[in-house]
Design a protein around this ligand. Structure first.
Ligand code: ADP
Length: 449
């Protein structure tokens, strides 16, 4: 049953009592009693209304308990208080959720801007300031197209094609490449998401360059070999001398392709390797002597080769990788040093660690090339590198191997005087023979090319 029966019951009670007085005393006394009851009832209603009004006034400022009463007004006070408490709870939950959303959106590395159906800014996170220069307080209510004056942005915004992404430069930093995307949500609002893709673009450009370089490097020898095969096929009776000459040239070019593929595979293995290089004990003094002999073989007596072993320290790491890195430097020195030049291989303690260095009296390298030498396929003189059998990947391989061993490459060079390529290892990689070398017998060098 509803609440209406209670006032009805009170009115019925007043009427019956007044009727009783009217019968017992007089009709007038009955009417007077009824008027009195109604006046008292009205007074009580007015008092409760004023209690309600003053409670509502107070509780809006500081939540206070509702007045207590019996009957209908008691019920009203109790229910209003319950409703008010529930609303306060909902509000605080909503405020917490909003705060959490703002904190989370603020922590997102992408720039996020909320736009209304007129493309005015309603809210944005901290990253959008760094990427787009939009400030959540200053720019609230501004039209986004007035702030992002990028070419094509207005067209992108008006197209309302939510599957599309737009690439542009950050208005704050031209080096930063951004992709912009619009995501619609309720009531014509949109999220404008700005993502920094500078690194992705750089990697993509590197990948494109790499594919172009590899194709270019392979095309030349392939074309040459293909040309010789065609020539031979067209020749009626090639002489033995022709055959010998053509086969020698074809062999040279196919070896070049082989070297390129070997270096590409080595580089790819090093780049994909997620395991550390291993903990083999590498007897560097004997490795350096071995490299000296290799240099003699490569040089065919055209250079003077010196080997200086000033440290007996060994290295911890991968013997195969370290040998590959050192022999790349030795082979470069032989290839880029003209006949009569001098090449020195040196292993010595340096800066609390040790260094293997190769010094030559060759052609040297101009300073502007030095920072780029370890890039894949970077050569100072492309044809010189090719003539001497270079692939343009040697120093990139050296850099990867050294990185894996926590070491670094230092290049010093003076044009027309010569160069020194040094590999610097820190002390953690070193083993000192008296104390640290475990095996009595020196491990035999297993040098894999
Ligand atoms: P490449 O197979 O062409 O030798 P690298 O990566 O080993 O490739 O070397 C990159 C470039 O660095 C070479 O093309 C060459 O121009 C230069 N370079 C490397 N070592 C030397 C050196 N000892 N003297 C002069 N230039 C060198």
């Amino acid at each position: 049953m509803g609440f209406w029966w209670r006032p009805l019951l009170a009115l019925a009670g007043f009427s019956l009592t007044a009727l009783f007085i009217g019968v017992v005393k007089s009709v007038n006394a009955g009417w007077i009693a009824l008027a009195l009851f109604l006046a008292l009832y009205l007074l009580r209603q007015l008092r409760q209304e004023s209690r309600l009004a003053s409670w509502l006034e107070k509780t809006v400022i500081i939540p206070t308990p509702a007045p207590r009463d019996v009957g209908l007004w008691g019920d009203i006070f109790y229910r209003l208080e319950k409703l008010y408490n529930k609303q306060t709870r909902n509000q605080s939950e909503l405020a917490t959720a909003l705060e959490q959303f703002q904190n989370a959106a603020g922590a997102v590395p992408d720039g996020i801007v909320i736009l209304n159906d007129q493309d005015q800014i309603e809210w944005c996170n901290a990253a959008s300031r760094a990427f787009l220069g939009i400030d959540s307080k200053r720019d609230k209510g501004q039209f986004i197209q007035y702030l992002l004056r990028q070419a094509n942005f207005v067209e992108f915004l008006d197209a309302r094609d939510y599957s599309r992404r737009m690439t542009c430069r950050s208005p704050l930093n031209r080096e930063t490449q951004l992709t912009l995307q619009l995501v619609p949500f309720e009531g014509g609002k949109k999220l404008l998401v700005a993502r920094d893709v500078t690194e992705l673009e750089r990697v993509d450009a590197m990948r494109r360059d790499f594919v172009a370089n590899v194709s270019h490097e392979l095309r030349t020898p392939l074309t040459v070999v293909g040309g010789f095969v065609e020539t031979l096929a067209d020749m009626e009776k090639p002489s033995d001398a022709d055959l010998k000459r053509y086969f020698a040239l074809m062999l040279g070019h196919s070896r070049r392709m082989q070297r390129l593929l070997d270096d590409l595979l080595t580089l790819s293995k090093l780049e994909c390797a997620d395991q550390p290089p291993g903990e083999e004990q590498i007897p560097v003094p004997s490795l350096v002597q071995e490299l000296g002999r290799e240099a003699e073989q490569l040089s065919h007596g055209r250079h003077r080769i010196d080997v200086e072993v000033a440290s007996q320290a060994w290295l911890r790491g991968s013997l195969q990788e370290i040998h590959s890195a050192f022999s790349n430097l030795v082979s470069n020195a032989v290839r880029y040093t003209p006949e009569g030049g001098r090449i020195t291989l040196r292993w010595a303690e340096r800066d609390k660690g040790a260094a293997f260095s190769v010094t030559d009296t060759g052609e040297g390298i101009a300073a502007e090339h030095i920072p780029r030498l370890t890039e894949r396929f970077y050569r100072v003189d492309r044809s010189r590198s090719r003539e001497t059998g270079g692939t343009g990947l040697g120093l990139a391989i050296v850099k990867h191997i050294l990185n894996r061993h926590g070491a670094r490459l230092e290049i010093q060079s003076v044009l027309s005087k010569g160069s020194t390529f040094s590999t610097l290892f820190n002390s953690e990689r070193l083993i000192h023979p008296q104390s640290d070398v475990q095996d009595e017998e020196q491990p035999r060098l297993r040098l894999v090319k």
